[in-house]
Design a protein around this ligand. Structure first.
Ligand SMILES: [Fe+2]
Length: 387
């Protein structure tokens, strides 16, 4: 993404409009943002007489979609169709203890749900960087760089080519895996300065532990082009006694991310950017106060995301702007068709002074494609939920 503007034409104005976007909307109008490059590029605001999501029918493949990923874990054994879909969508490792289930992908990024058990083997992704969000569960992650204890709300970035395995605690485990086929980095904070959102000193890295070689053979399962190669060693392969440098496994918990807000202006989702890859961005929506100014909008504006597909994974709290969405569910709003707050959300937002939501958004420059597993857990009437 770039912040360059290529046109000096702004502002052109016609008819009834608000001078400040997202503030003091003309009575009876619904504001739609029509913008390029996510929320960075050229932009217009249209003041409509109806919410653009008040359709009565959509005929064709382009629809807002919603998937209930809880079914990947909780209903997997009940349905033969779902079991077959899960099998065909498990990219790479299909071992029972580590079987990522892909639900949306393009050539820049693949989104999976992972529910690991203690792994008897090690795993290495040669295809891309692995960014985990721990939605549910906790445990120990063993890596080339040492060990890391993780818990709910952690983001863990694992650079491409790193050998690792999960040793989860007892209890349900549900991790969102954002597999990026480019380096995943922390964005520049620009005018906010390097310590905003979270101080780099809040990042944890693995600790070298006492090497424990266990007798027998040890396997590393390496994924390259979604095929697994198993390499066997006669020793425990995580044998580094130390490391140095700036490429390593990193952990930050959402509790340590301090969201940026304005009491007078509804900031675009891009201010919540947590990680950047090439052609995709990861944002984190966290508990925060609503705008205080009574003329400022408190819910996301309507838009049709001209340049990005938008995916949101809902983790915790009340997702006030989306009716019928619960924890462990995903929405996908593809480029070209509108989305915005649900009808109840606008009046509801006026009765509350803060949101307690925790959600992870992945915006992708190129079109995403759902896998058979996603189709199997789709909430089919989501497109009609704005009625
Ligand atoms: Fe959006």
């Amino acid at each position: 993404m770039s912040s360059k503007k290529s046109s000096p034409l702004f502002p052109l104005r016609k008819g009834i409009h608000s001078r400040q976007a997202h503030v003091s909307l003309p009575p009876g109008t619904f504001e739609e943002e029509h913008g390029r490059q996510g929320f960075y590029g050229k932009v217009s605001h249209l003041y409509r007489q109806h919410p653009p999501t008040n359709w009565t029918e959509i005929d064709g493949p382009l629809k807002p979609r919603s998937y209930n990923l809880n079914h990947f874990i909780k209903a997997a054994t009940d349905s033969k169709d779902l079991s077959a879909a899960l099998k065909s969508s498990a990219l790479g490792s299909q071992e029972d203890t580590f079987k990522p289930i892909c639900f949306l992908k393009n050539h820049d990024v693949a989104l999976h749900l992972v529910s690991p058990k203690s792994m008897p083997f090690y795993y290495r992704n040669a295809d891309g960087d692995d960014l985990y969000f721990i939605h549910q569960g906790s445990g120990l992650l063993e890596t080339d760089f040492g060990q890391l204890i993780y818990a709910k709300g952690d983001y863990i970035t694992i650079p491409r080519g790193t050998t690792y395995r999960f040793m989860p605690d007892l209890g349900d485990q549900m991790y969102l895996l954002i597999e990026g086929f480019s380096e995943i980095n922390i964005p520049d904070r620009g005018m906010l300065g390097p310590n905003a959102l979270f101080d780099p000193a809040m990042i944890d890295t693995p600790e070298i532990s006492t090497y424990q070689d266990t007798p027998g053979l040890h396997q590393v399962h390496i994924k390259r082009e979604n095929q697994i190669t198993k390499v066997t060693y006669p020793f425990q392969p995580l044998d580094a006694v130390g490391w140095k440098g700036d490429l390593t496994v990193m952990r930050i918990n959402v509790k340590d991310i301090r969201p940026v807000t304005s009491h007078r202006y509804h900031l675009p989702p891009s201010v919540h950017t947590t990680f950047l890859g090439t052609h995709f961005v990861v944002c984190t929506f966290l508990p925060r106060p609503f705008e205080e100014d009574e003329n400022a909008m408190r819910v996301p504006f309507f838009h049709r995301n001209i340049d990005f597909d938008e995916v949101i994974f809902y983790s915790e709290g009340e997702f006030f702007s989306r009716d019928g969405i619960g924890a462990g569910m995903v929405t996908w709003h593809p480029t070209g068709i509108h989305h915005g707050p649900h009808p109840k959300a606008i009046p509801l937002s006026r009765t509350k002074d803060r949101t307690n939501e925790v959600a992870v958004m992945v915006d992708t420059l190129h079109y995403l494609h759902p896998t058979p597993a996603a189709v199997a857990v789709e909430t089919v009437n989501y497109w009609a939920s704005w009625k």
